[in-house]
Ligand binder design. Structure first.
Ligand code: ZN
Ligand code: ZN
Length: 339
């Protein structure tokens, strides 16, 4: 008897419905948890996602074959009931619940348990089997409340302004950037966004998300006019000629990886703010416990340490080998810190 969801060379597959979830190769029908590049890949004949993600997925995949549903509304395919539920990771991110003949599986996609007011609060879903990410599945990862982090960021920005500097904060363009912007105190100065960030801001605003006013960064701008302002751009832009030739700029990164010793130095930034769109160690454990699932399949992240720890807690925990790569941020290599 095949399992309700299985994994093959294309992705996580529901054979009864002939549906893939976040496939890494083109398929006939792809249900997609969110628009990050490792979960929403091009080439499939049909995509189904949640309403809040539709325009962003269309934009990123340059696709028109994208259908969507509201959160919580089920769609039945060959007797299998699928529904999307908030994952709290980024704008439009969803968990996918799959039910067939009384058996329930949930695919988490990426998730975060702290509510950032943009991504929808993570919804705990009861299920028999939970497929969980564990990007930050080591006990060393413990996030501060976001208010604390945003206070630090705004203080840093204000100090730079007083010193006659430009502030630069690297954040990946979909998700982290909008979260950073939502925590910025816009009374300090203007917020400039790299094209990749501003394109997403515009789509999100058109979809009704409240993102405060920002300006599109134009590299023709007189750099002096940026003094006191703050630039939000993807990590790669930090090495551009435009930024590396800029005088009086203070560089920062907002990432969960900043929690690791040496990460700030390796990224060559002046400041590291620990701000992640993923659950930390305790967030993962509380989310898993809330599902009341006995079987846990773990994907991307510290799968070895994390699955072993879950086994010690009494779960039937296994590793699911997927091709998810992490959110367009470079993964940092660290020695397993043990549990
Ligand atoms: Zn992911
Ligand atoms: Zn993601």
């Amino acid at each position: 008897m095949p399992q309700l969801l299985e994994q093959d060379d294309k992705g996580i597959y529901c054979a009864v419905a002939d549906v893939y979830i976040d496939p890494w190769k083109p398929v006939k029908k792809a249900f997609v948890t969110h628009a990050h590049a490792d979960h929403a890949r091009p080439g499939s004949a049909q995509y189904v996602c949640v309403d809040a993600s539709r325009e962003i997925i269309k934009h990123r995949l340059e696709a028109t074959n994208v259908d969507s549903l509201p959160f919580g509304k089920p769609i039945t395919v060959n007797g299998v009931k699928f529904s999307f539920h908030p994952a709290g990771h980024i704008i439009g991110s969803a968990q996918i619940r799959v039910e067939h003949k009384g058996e329930v599986w949930v695919v988490s996609g990426d998730y975060k348990t702290e509510n950032d007011q943009l991504s929808g609060g993570f919804e705990p879903l009861r299920c028999h089997t939970f497929i969980s990410e564990c990007t930050f599945g080591l006990p060393v990862f413990n996030w501060q409340p976001q208010e604390t982090v945003f206070n630090e960021i705004n203080k840093w920005w204000n100090t730079n302004k007083e010193d006659g500097k430009v502030s630069f904060i690297s954040a990946y363009s979909l998700g982290k950037a909008q979260r950073v912007i939502s925590g910025l105190d816009g009374t300090i100065g203007p917020i400039y966004c790299h094209n990749a960030v501003e394109n997403i801001n515009e789509i999100a605003r058109a979809e009704g998300f409240e993102i405060q006013d920002t300006m599109r960064l134009n590299i023709e701008m007189d750099k002096k006019s940026l003094t006191g302002g703050l630039i939000v751009a993807p990590p790669g832009f930090m090495n551009s000629n435009y930024i590396s030739r800029m005088k009086n700029v203070d560089l920062a990164s907002a990432s969960g990886w900043m929690n690791l010793r040496g990460a700030r130095r390796r990224r060559a930034v002046d400041r590291g703010f620990v701000l992640s769109d993923h659950a930390d160690w305790n967030g993962l454990l509380s989310a898993i416990s809330a599902t009341e699932a006995s079987k846990i399949l773990v994907t991307h992240g510290y799968v070895n340490v994390f699955s072993k720890y879950l086994q010690e807690l009494g779960y039937d925990a296994q590793i699911l080998q997927t091709e998810y790569e992490g959110d367009e941020v470079e993964q940092e290599v660290v020695a397993d810190e043990g549990v």
